[in-house]
Design a protein around this ligand. Sequence first.
Ligand SMILES: Cc1ncc(COP(=O)(O)O)c(C=O)c1O
Length: 461
Amino acid sequence: MNQNNNTFIYRELYNNLKEDILSFKYDSNEKLPSKREMAQNLNVSVNSVKTAYEQLLEEGYIYTLERKGYFIEPLEKLIVEPQTTHTLTTTAPPQEQQYRYSFSHMSTDITQFPVDTWTKLMKQVFKNYSHRLSAIPDLKGPIELRQAIAKLVSYKRGIQCNAEQIVIASGTNVLLKQIMDVMADDSKIAVENPGYFRFRDILHKTNRTTIPIDLDDRGISMSAIKAAAPDLVIVTPSHQFPMGTIMPISRRIDLLNWLTKTNGYVIEDDYDSEFKYNTDNIPSLYSFDKSDRVIYLGTFSKTLMPGLRLSYMILPTSLVEQFEHINNNVIPDFSMLNALTLYLMIKDGHYERYIKKMHHLYEDKRAQLIEQLKQSFESKIKIHDTHAGLHFIVEVETEYSYDDIETRAKCYDIELYTINRFTVAPVSDQTKYKTLIIGFSQLEIEAIPEAVNILKQVLIH
Ligand SMILES: Cc1ncc(COP(=O)(O)O)c(C=O)c1O
């Protein structure tokens, strides 16, 4: 043994003894040599033996009897059933896919994000809120942020609510699971078709009965809802996802009246309402609700970035107590550091200024992309030009099937999604026009002509 390194000697002695004990080289209750004897036998210091014995004692491999010495703890052999051992099939770690151009609806442009301001505010959080960071976060999120959100939604979305109705979480998926916890197990849930497939997945995993409801030109079909009689409806009224329809007031009133009559609930997923072009903000469904029937979902994934993982819900007053009761012992999963930094960003006006800046940028990108698509595809494209959000729908005349389009997009190194990603059942390939979701947030303005040119090669040539 290397006498020059006490730590090394102790680790080696400890490991050797542990292995000998586990391979039953010692009998149960057999006495180990005293520390001095062992030290002499191995020509090491008594201290090294003492540290090794103490570690084995601590982990329960040996026990000690006063003035008698150290003994081997009786151990059972660990049963290993060959059929239950799983070998992890190691595949190469997935490479982060970097596309040449992205038409994704999910991303945001973060090139203009005020990184220095965010970092400065984060430092302020460390300085002024250290007591909050070193404790378990409040179940519903820091009250300061909830109050700031209550103010924001009041003037932006016409929502009058109390901060106690607001719950912060690390994403709308988490919030949907929390909503499921307060809904009866046998609730029937209506979802838009096409719609947000991640919500459908969660509902499926929580064993809920989901009823896909088709859309008409005003959004989710009321006659289909009435026929299905669900307990909960999930809608995206400000900008139907993905088709883009803005639900008119008549349909909103129809939906709310039906919910009031049936005691049902609706989840209003207001995922990108901050971006409206050439139109005023359309008030939320929640702002029309007089019967406590709307659960509102909001997110900072579109206004700031999806990687922040901060979203919120506004519960109807009737569900707040139940939510708190069910989650009594739950430690929330959002980052308190990010939540408090976001609070400061809103409070000091940086959030509003950033949205305004991004609004102009997205408006430009969108206008130029639409112009370029029209020029390039001419009569072969129909653009559903809803003046909202970070994506729009196009129908393109092409001989390719939906599968072909997806494969070709990959070959041309562009990120592109077709309607098939969002429908419950695959859409027929027999139609002359194929429906695509065109997100524009990641496209740089100067690159739009080339990106559209490649898109044309994918779809037409
Ligand atoms: C339809 C829809 N709802 C909600 C969200 C927001 O999800 P999260 O807040 O979990 O990022 C998105 C984000 O892309 C979305 O597309």
